[in-house]
Ligand binder design. Structure first.
Ligand code: 2P0
Length: 323
């Protein structure tokens, strides 16, 4: 029996956003979504089975974690153990190169890496679809980080039918503009609940996102970068609109975020194909063609730290953990 496995996964950036659940227990989303897996900001996670009967331990960037983060990992491992028919506890060591909690989806890379390493040590099915379903139970968007390059997450209606899979799309680049790498005030999970419970626009968000996903899949098939960018920007701004319409209102975008959206708009006025998106935090991500990425990065560098990212690999086991 393998006693230790190490996996690496990257965050993903949604072009059609996941914002709301139809089933919190099974982590089924209220709509499907679509994303690009990034080639930067990896999480590398080692899962080692304990033979000494001690409890689960989570170590994040070299520091033993407690509280919600550790409880979430233990709940996830409980599900893995139930499926594997195992009682073995584990030591989980995770290293993140993404600013934790800053809206760059560290939970997606984190649970994608954990699901992949845990599937190996607990001897669960390791095919892509099984790992995607499992990662979803840790954090919804993690199911997309299992997938190479571009992924659609089928909302599904039960555990079996809700998973992400690879799609073909034209070559894209993104320019991440980091404005704030601090932890956000309201977690995505909490704000999704608040949206469903209090926003008068929640149903309209779900309906428009389902339509946008169909349009986005068509744009990807047709290789239409302009259409992809336009749909992604509108979808992101609709998500932020529905989030702001909660009671009490939640606002993730800051004045500086809006300045970046203005900067993107003026680049577009100059004839560059570039569109904006943002997750549950103030950082803004510009979507563009690879050939324009350097010019976009240069133009946006006055707003914050910029990083050009490209489509990256799905979660995978590392043969040599020193890699
Ligand atoms: C997304 N986000 O599609 C959206 C856009 C943030 C904004 O998925 O409760 O960490 O663990 O399923 O996946 C962030 O939420 O939430 C997210 P849970 P998750 O990328």
């Amino acid at each position: 029996m393998t006693i230790e496995a190490t996996a690496r996964a990257h965050p993903n950036m949604a072009l059609v956003k996941y914002w709301g659940k139809r089933d919190e227990q099974l982590m089924l989303p209220s709509t499907g979504s679509l994303s690009m897996t990034l080639d930067e900001f990896p999480t590398t996670t080692t899962v080692r089975l304990r033979t000494d009967g001690g409890p689960d331990v989570l170590e994040l960037n070299g520091v033993v974690a407690g509280g919600d983060a550790a409880a979430r990992v233990t709940r996830f491992l409980d599900l893995v153990r139930e499926r594997a028919g195992s009682e073995a506890r584990a030591i989980v060591r995770s290293r993140n190169e993404v600013p934790t909690g800053a809206g760059l989806a560290s939970s997606a890379s984190g649970f994608a890496a954990l699901a992949t390493a845990a599937s190996a040590v607990y001897e669960l099915p390791q095919d892509t679809t099984s790992r995607s379903r499992l990662a979803r139970r840790g954090s919804g968007s993690a199911c997309r980080s299992i997938i190479d390059r571009m992924a659609v997450w089928h909302a599904g209606t039960d555990d079996e039918s809700s998973y992400a899979e690879r799609i073909d799309a034209p070559e894209l680049a993104m320019v991440v503009v980091v404005l704030d790498s601090g932890r956000k005030k309201v977690s995505s999970r909490e704000a999704m609940r608040l949206t469903a419970a209090t926003s008068p626009f929640a149903a309209a968000w779900r309906e428009s996102t389902a339509r946008t996903l169909e349009d986005m899949l068509a744009a990807c098939r047709e290789g239409d970068v302009t259409r992809i960018g336009e749909l992604a920007e509108v979808n992101a701004l609709r998500m932020h609109a529905v989030i702001q319409s909660t009671s009490p209102s939640v606002r993730y975008l800051s004045g500086r975020s809006l300045d970046v959206f203005d900067g993107i708009e003026s680049l577009r006025a100059d004839g560059i194909g570039v569109w904006g998106t943002a997750d549950a935090g103030p950082n803004v991500v510009a979507i563009t063609r690879p050939a324009d990425a350097a010019a976009v990065a240069e133009a946006l560098t006055s707003h914050g730290e910029v990083r050009v990212v490209r489509p990256g690999p799905g979660a995978r086991l590392l043969e040599d953990p020193a890699d």
